[in-house]
Write a protein that binds this ligand. Structure first.
Ligand SMILES: NC(=O)c1ccc[n+]([C@@H]2O[C@H](COP(=O)([O-])OP(=O)(O)OC[C@H]3O[C@@H](n4cnc5c(N)ncnc54)[C@H](OP(=O)(O)O)[C@@H]3O)[C@@H](O)[C@H]2O)c1
Length: 250
């Protein structure tokens, strides 16, 4: 068993997958999850094969907070105490004007995108505090904090604003402990995450989202994620920020 591991949620594709790869590349044993069992084990096997690190993959519906905690416990059991947590899994949630979307779906998005982030952080923190070193990366996004917040995805933007608030509050709690929590807004990346919004018939924010995606040019292709400087330097991110939120490029 290795000394300490990294956990990446939602690592079956997109940004989470690339984050898991970046950590494996740097020698971290990696625990990863998603809801799709076949994809989870494929990524876990690939990381072990390519980087020679121990991996643990589990299919888990993170909305179930007990299951989320059991995933962390199992990761610890298989790979050792948790040193790094990348809270990546999230959903865009309902698309459309607030008065038209399903309030139950709206609340469910906040649950996955915020409450799960807090619960997983809480489950991992004892290991980090015991060791006096830990890194938690929370994925922000939605243009929150920037000049062009995404329109028509209010559950998502509200969630990401809350993630930034949680990051800052937790950062203050952790001051001086050696455990650092950051929020990262990776910018628009063509993982398919926003496809539902871009394709939604009559959705007023679609043109703006499409323009944001196209403005990223080459970088919007998921296959080229590996070439994004930000993902090549994940470990630098982990070391760089002391507290609070760090926006892309800052
Ligand atoms: N793409 C962008 O342009 C962009 C921009 C800013 C911020 N972000 C943020 O970056 C993160 C990743 O985005 P992405 O574009 O890489 O997303 P993605 O391609 O849709 O991947 C999402 C990952 O999360 C997993 N997942 C989703 N719901 C889950 C659940 N309930 N339980 C467990 N796993 C779940 C998915 O696997 P399964 O489907 O198998 O469960 C998948 O592995 C998100 O936090 C997103 O808000 C993305």
């Amino acid at each position: 068993m290795s000394a300490r591991c990294a956990i990446v949620t939602g690592a079956t594709r997109g940004i989470g997958r690339r984050s898991a790869e970046a950590l494996a590349e740097r020698g971290f044993p990696v625990a990863l999850c998603g809801r799709t069992a076949s994809a989870v084990s494929a990524v876990a096997d690939e990381l072990t094969e390519r980087y020679g690190v121990a991996t643990y993959g589990q299919a888990v519906e993170l909305r179930d907070l007990d299951a989320a905690r059991r995933f962390v416990d199992a990761a610890r059991e298989h790979l050792g105490p948790v040193a790094v947590l990348v809270n990546n899994a999230a959903e865009l949630g309902p698309v459309g004007a607030l008065h038209r979307v399903d309030p139950v779906a709206w609340a469910a998005t906040l649950h996955l995108d915020v409450a799960v982030v807090a619960a997983l952080s809480a489950a991992c923190l004892p290991d980090m505090l015991d060791a006096g070193w830990g890194r938690i990366v929370n994925m922000a996004g939605g243009g929150v904090g920037g000049p062009s917040m995404a329109v028509g995805v209010s559950a998502y933007t509200t969630s990401k604003l809350a993630v930034c608030g949680l990051t800052e509050a937790l950062g203050n709690e952790l001051d001086g402990t050696g455990v650092v929590v950051v929020a990262l807004a990776p910018g628009t990346i063509g993982t398919g995450f926003m496809a539902g919004a871009i394709d939604a018939a009559g959705f007023p924010g679609a043109d703006r989202l499409r323009a944001m995606a196209e403005a990223q040019g080459q970088k919007t292709k998921a296959a080229e994620l590996v070439g994004l400087p930000s993902y090549q330097t994940l470990s630098n991110w982990l070391a760089k920020y002391k507290v609070g939120t760090g926006w892309q490029g800052s």
